[in-house]
Design a protein around this ligand. Structure first.
Ligand SMILES: Nc1nc2c(c(=O)[nH]1)N[C@H]1C(S)=C(S)[C@@H](COP(=O)(O)OP(=O)(O)OC[C@H]3O[C@@H](n4cnc5c(=O)[nH]c(N)nc54)[C@H](O)[C@@H]3O)O[C@H]1N2
Ligand SMILES: Nc1nc2c(c(=O)[nH]1)N[C@H]1C(S)=C(S)[C@@H](COP(=O)(O)OP(=O)(O)OC[C@H]3O[C@@H](n4cnc5c(=O)[nH]c(N)nc54)[C@H](O)[C@@H]3O)O[C@H]1N2
Ligand SMILES: [Mo]
Length: 710
């Protein structure tokens, strides 16, 4: 664009780079070479001109006084945050010299990269360093923070389809938002849901507590955490029992109905009531509505996977629209991640072909175990490079991670915007560029648009982009491959399959001129992808039953080989699989730790981003813990008291909020608060055990006790 809005002010197209399904199309306002404001692009059908509370003053994050401006090396003890400035030349020299020595002594697998979606661009994001580290022969870090269990379950059942277009919800008559707090985490879809609600659609929210979104629902259904699989199986039972199956759809476009019906026979609403706490009558009512109030759309949140039975739960839920024939209608069906239909070329982005045969895979969720040697590794991890992620606050068993990072012999390099909780343990910190300072296309896992981001201001100080960091490291390591020196624009030319049908009429020039483009996959008013089956599964049908499937790790923006070695055989049918840490399934543990904790996203933070900015903390409030009066009373806890939440893994503190928003037996503490600014973080208590599918995390599968702090 670069239109003149005010004299001296230029405007450019931007894309929100944060890890969020909305990927907002933004306008950057620039004056005298500085970002002076941002706003949502009014033209964009999902962004609609509005930005969330986190992003609306993005320029303040760019020029925050704590921002990292220069490379620095550690001068004090690990974790002391004592650093001194040195030059890029010295930094790159020291890093590559140390790495070469480690490679000589231990081999390249003693080095591990650690990244996630801190930046969601194709060039500077999650996969930005993969080609470099694969070329190096480093340990492959299996990154399963978010959605990988859900993806595995989804691919097995319906294949890589976008499912219901989030924009088609305007046509839905009945909307179920399942374990998703849209008002905080998917705000730009929530607008559409609200418009449908105004037109008469009923909005049901299934959430383990009364979230912001649940409060706005016509009906809040509140199962105990991690029991959704029982609810889903009972819905299947009840749809069949009430003779509400769309037999024609099932016969033509599904496989395994008979077996599914047999499996569901004993999963009655009465059975599920005992497990979930949702009444059998409510389950029957919901089952009836799911079948009869078409078009019915279900939006699953990532949170649905975060317990041991999460994968099986998502399989069960994903079967429902095929049973009822909801897919026949525009605005009917189910949504997981629309990203499946984005034509990204991960082979070119990640170069999995460069991974030496036999290279090991280490889980990002279990990095604490790997660093401390609890999981014996030969060679041990001697160096980690972290960018776009902050495992000390975000990954489970946080105390173990800190213990690992404190190792004197571990060489930690951290590319960051701030001295995050993880960067505070680094030996070398590298200043990274921020949103408006780099060209990219921001991927979206929540809609069907490509979103362009203009590089429109210079980075302050000596900050450089992630991709430039890897270009420089590659040159210093002596890697001569052309791919590792591609400019950001060259990357963009090569990272998307511009010839794919989805890109018909779209190229990089188009994006530069218009800021965003809807993929060429139909419009919100006619998109009915599975009206006639056509599921991208091996059978072409929705697979209630899967023959011979084994567990694997799937993800739309991973190197697709990660952990790809098929694992344990999976149940051929969906079912309820109990959580590991629930009073019913683990009564011994529940004697010590009787409360289930749920740790969802904070409204005012983006994972741990913004949780160091004073005005954002003011908006969000200090770390709090929601607790029911029935649990607070016997513990002498009053509203506002400082409490300690703990289990065998450790503990953290927060302010008690005594409220009916949570049921007895459940506590809620939102995520993102920085360890260096608080007394412990919620991930100190989280287990690093995997869920049943895709090595997904189990953040909603933890028992704790709460007591007065002090
Ligand atoms: N404001 C804000 N927005 C964000 C983020 C952020 O940090 N802050 N993070 C982004 C990222 S990375 C992601 S993955 C998405 C996640 O988006 P969501 O999936 O919406 O994430 P959460 O807020 O963690 O969880 C949603 C809801 O699920 C509920 N829940 C948790 N466990 C269970 C359960 O077992 N059963 C049921 N029925 N409900 C359960 C929680 O109470 C919560 O209200 O949000 C993105 N958007
Ligand atoms: N208890 C609990 N834990 C959870 C979850 C939960 O619901 N409950 N949710 C999980 C989920 S869904 C996710 S996705 C993960 C997210 O976990 P992370 O991806 O680790 O999340 P962030 O805290 O956003 O960390 C991103 C870091 O990257 C930095 N960064 C941002 N942009 C750039 C850049 O351009 N360059 C560089 N070098 N750095 C950059 C930011 O400053 C920030 O420190 O957390 C998981 N952890
Ligand atoms: Mo996430």
């Amino acid at each position: 664009m670069s239109a003149q809005h005010k004299p001296g002010r230029k405007e450019f197209f931007g894309g929100c780079p944060h890890d969020c399904p909305d990927t907002c199309a933004m306008i950057f306002e620039v004056e005298d070479g500085k970002l002076v404001g941002v706003r949502g692009n009014k033209e964009h059908p999902m962004t609609r001109g509005g930005l969330c509370v986190k992003l609306k003053d993005y320029e303040r994050r760019h020029y925050h006084p704590d921002r990292l401006l220069y490379p620095m090396r550690r001068t004090g003890p690990k974790g002391s945050k004592q650093f001194e400035r040195f030059s890029w030349d010295e930094a790159l020299d020291e890093i590559t010299t140390r790495w070469k020595a480690i490679i000589k002594e231990y081999g390249p697998q003693a080095i591990i990269p650690y990244s996630y979606l801190g930046h969601q661009g194709l060039v500077h994001g999650l996969n930005g360093g993969d080609a470099f580290f694969n070329r190096l022969g480093a340990t492959v870090c299996e990154r399963t923070f978010c959605g990988e269990g859900s993806c595995t379950a989804w691919l097995l059942t319906v294949g890589p389809t976008a499912g219901v277009d989030p924009e088609s919800y305007i046509h839905s008559k009945y909307i179920v938002i399942w374990a998703c707090n849209s008002m905080s985490t998917n705000l730009h879809h929530w607008h559409i849901v609200q418009d449908a609600q105004k037109k008469g659609a009923r909005v049901v929210v299934i959430d383990a507590y009364k979230s912001r979104t649940a409060r706005q629902a016509d009906w809040h259904i509140c199962p105990k955490p991690g029991t959704d699989g029982a609810l889903a199986m009972a819905l299947i039972n009840s749809i069949i029992d009430q003779a509400l199956v769309d037999k024609d759809y099932v016969e033509k476009f599904t496989i395994g109905y008979k077996e599914l019906a047999k499996r569901a026979r004993t999963r009655t609403p009465e059975w599920a009531e005992k497990i979930t706490g949702v009444s059998a009558e409510d389950i029957r009512t919901l089952a009836r509505a799911l079948a009869t109030q078409q078009p019915v759309a279900i939006r699953m949140g990532v949170a649905l996977e975060r317990h041991y039975g999460g994968g099986q739960t998502i399989r069960a839920v994903t079967c429902i629209p095929a049973l009822t024939g909801a897919w026949r209608h525009v605005g009917g069906g189910i949504t997981q991640f629309p990203v499946w239909e984005h034509p990204y070329k991960f082979d070119v982005i990640c170069r999995p072909d460069w991974i030496p045969e036999g290279t090991r895979v280490v889980s990002n969720l279990q990095i604490g175990r790997a660093l401390t040697g609890e999981t014996p590794l030969d060679p041990p991890i001697m160096s980690m490079m972290c960018w776009n992620s902050n495992p000390v606050t975000q990954a489970p068993e946080a105390d173990k991670i800190v213990k690992g990072l404190m190792r004197e012999d571990l060489f930690l390099v951290s590319a960051e915007h701030f001295i995050s909780d993880t960067a505070s343990y680094a030996d070398i910190v590298l200043p990274a560029s921020m949103g408006a300072e780099m060209e990219d296309i921001i991927l979206s896992w929540g809609h069907l648009y490509l979103t362009y981001n203009t590089r429109c201001v210079e980075s302050p100080g000596e900050a450089i982009s992630n991709n430039e960091i890897f270009r420089r490291l590659a040159a210093r390591m002596g890697f001569e491959d052309e791919r590792l020196q591609w400019s950001d624009s060259e990357c963009l030319e090569n990272f998307i399959d511009w010839n794919a049908p989805a890109c018909d009429g779209i190229d990089l020039d188009y994006l530069r001129k218009h800021g965003y483009a809807r993929l060429n996959v139909g419009t919100k008013d006619d998109r009915c992808p599975h009206k006639e089956g056509k599921f991208p599964t091996p059978s072409g049908k929705c697979e209630f039953k899967i023959e011979g499937a084994k567990n694997f790790v799937a993800g739309p923006f991973r190197q697709m080989y990660e952990g790809f070695q098929p694992g344990e055989p999976l149940d051929s049918l969906p079912d309820y699989v109990p959580s590991r840490e629930r009073p019913e399934t683990n009564p011994e543990l529940a004697k010590k730790y009787p409360l289930n904790i749920v740790s969802p996203k904070s409204h005012g933070f983006l994972n741990s981003c913004y949780a160091n900015m004073e005005h954002k903390i003011r908006g969000q409030g200090e770390q709090f813990v929601l607790i029911n009066a029935a649990d607070a009373g016997p513990r002498s806890i009053k509203d506002g008291d400082k409490v300690r939440i703990y289990n065998d893994r450790g503990g953290f503190e927060g302010d008690a909020r005594v409220t009916d928003d949570v049921n007895p037996g459940v506590v809620v503490a939102t995520l993102g608060y920085w360890r260096q600014l608080t007394r412990g973080t919620v991930n100190i208590i989280s287990s690093a055990e995997f869920a049943d599918m895709g090595h997904a995390p189990s953040f909603s599968d933890n028992l704790v006790e709460v007591e007065l702090a002090g």
